[in-house]
Write a protein that binds this ligand. Sequence first.
Ligand code: TRP
Length: 339
Amino acid sequence: MTDARSRSRVLSGIQPTGELHMGNYFGAVENWVRLMDEFECFYSIVDYHAITAGYNPATFPAAVEGMAVSLLAAGLDPGKCSLFLQSEVPEHTELCWILTSLAPLGQLYRMTQFKDKSGDQGEAINAGLLMYPVLQAADILLYKADRVPVGEDQVQHLELSRTLARRFNNAFGDTFPEPQPLLTEAKRILGLDGQTKMSKSKGNHIGILDDPDTIRTKMGTAFTDPQRLRRTDPGRPWVCNVFTWHKLLSDEATIERVDVECRSAVLGCFEDKMMMADILIERFRPMRERAAELRARPETIREILAAGADAARRVARETMEEVREAMGLWQTKRGPVTA
Ligand code: TRP
């Protein structure tokens, strides 16, 4: 490996699902923001991954922009990381093809996410879903990232990235470090239903950019303790999802007070939910304000992403030069590494 880096490199990716919700934020992006100070970070909005699932070309651009705005509003600082669109760095698909030739088909078929997504579609499933983790490996290896902040559900994909790095290195010489997952302390946020992981497709989410009225309305529908039927019934905070959110967001004194007053039926579920609404409204206020500023200057968003793609391409081109050289691909002229 030919680079001498002063800091470890981080890469992560997120699908362009529109504006971020609490689950994405506390489960991943809050950590991405922290990592910027310690590592050299590349963060990609993975639009080429997104097209493997049914998507609507008419609403896709807005979903990608919404994700970009949210990430910047949530605290990604373009001065401290490179934020870019995957499809604007063509080397991702180029390396993906090369890795495809090294990827064990059996391992791809065994991916839990593939099995879940292919469901009962059998062979009608599109091949992109099978190749999804190979593209993910390309995302990571292109930057020779050593660390990849992901959730538990991506550990298997990361293992494939390591397999592919190892196979490449064995076949063509030491080129890629084996990327390690950087697991965030499990902050799996359940949705408003208190049952399943928060997600947009389930409609059980609160967006970090939701306006105060929307947050209040949505909090009104949040599930609490199903056994607490009357206002005077004592509550069981240990089964209540809203109490879990207090533990994430409130100070010690508030957590203690809610715990005691819920158990003794001093605090009603609705009051508690409106208290949580106010906490969320305040917590996300700076993000809503930054998002509004960015939305007022859409050209700034494009400039940030374009600069991010330039920075990413500088690294990506260099890696691809090295890859082609190592693989013995005959070239009529060596591509100059310029940006
Ligand atoms: N598959 C990841 C997810 O759904 C997204 C992703 C794509 C990613 N490329 C990546 C994550 C590279 C980490 C590194 O969450």
